[in-house]
Design a protein around this ligand. Structure first.
Ligand SMILES: [Zn+2]
Length: 284
């Protein structure tokens, strides 16, 4: 077998390579359980399998999620009682993602997305018989009608809409008063990413956009999204919010951003960071 590529330590393989040691990503109800002595460090999400031995008793499900730092890596879904074991700390998912760099971010998203997918696809959608986990790939199989289900990934677009030295920030109705972000939405069946961008921005704030630029992508585990990040220029600066998906939207200059915005580890924050960097170079 070929040695896995070194993608900053993360490799989304579906088969184990048979390494002599393993890493474990431990999940409890969508939160992570990490080794307490690693709680402040980067790259601390995976637990050495020797250290994870005491968690085995609480394990409900395990899936090979590929390789992490040259070793096979599994996600273990644990019952909540595991959080009481000495030497481990339960941490909330969002707070971990906000601090994680790309490779670790991907590892966490993969672990959670595969668990969620298996739990929610126990039965064949066509005939209702129980699905069986494939032994050769990440697939769920129905033997009675020969249908295979693969992990469901939902592509979304997220975009920093820019007008000269300002960027558009919006607040969802269920967010706190001072939290703002860039616009985002699911790509509809049949749409291209570009069509989704034009539609979402127009529906949410009544603005037409042009000069769309792709920035990058990132998995987002709520539960299986793939965020495609873009910058775009607004044709006008007149905002007309829909009042349903968006409660409030405003233009902010690059040196007068809202109080609470996403960190640059998350795609929204990365787009904002890029807007600030480009605006400083142009207007600063
Ligand atoms: Zn079936």
């Amino acid at each position: 077998m070929l040695a896995p590529l070194q993608l900053n330590g993360f490799y989304a393989g579906s088969k184990p390579i048979g390494s002599s040691n393993k890493w474990i990503v431990a999940v409890i109800d969508g939160d992570l359980l990490i080794a307490s002595d690693n709680s402040a460090g980067v790259g601390s999400i995976a637990i050495d399998i020797d250290q994870a031995e005491s968690l085995k008793f609480f394990r409900e499900r395990s899936i090979c999620i590929g390789q992490w730092q040259d070793r096979d890596c599994e996600v273990w879904e644990l019952i909540p009682e595991a959080a009481a074991i000495d030497g481990f700390t339960r941490v909330e998912l969002r707070s971990v993602l906000a601090k994680s760099q790309d490779a670790e971010f991907s590892l966490i998203c993969r672990a959670l997305q595969l668990l969620d997918w298996q739990v929610k696809h126990k039965y064949c959608g066509s005939c209702g018989q129980p699905n069986v986990v494939s032994e050769t790939e990440h697939a769920l199989q129905c033997h009675s009608c020969d249908i295979q289900q693969y992990p469901r990934i939902s592509p979304c677009v997220i975009v920093a809409v820019i007008k000269d030295d300002k960027c558009l920030f919006a607040r969802h109705p269920n967010w706190p008063e001072n939290r703002f972000s860039t616009l985002a939405g699911f790509i509809e069946a049949g749409e291209s990413a570009e069509q989704a961008l034009h539609r979402e921005v127009f529906e949410e704030v009544g603005i037409e956009i042009e000069n769309i630029r792709y920035v990058g992508s990132q998995a987002w585990p709520y539960p299986g999204q793939l965020m495609l990040g873009y910058m775009a220029e607004a044709k006008t600066d007149v905002i007309k919010i829909d009042g349903v998906e968006i409660a409030e939207a405003n233009w902010h200059r690059y040196d007068q951003l809202p109080d609470v915005i996403a960190p640059p580890t998350i795609m929204a924050g990365r787009l904002i960071e890029q807007f600030v960097m480009e605006s400083k170079a142009k207007y600063g």
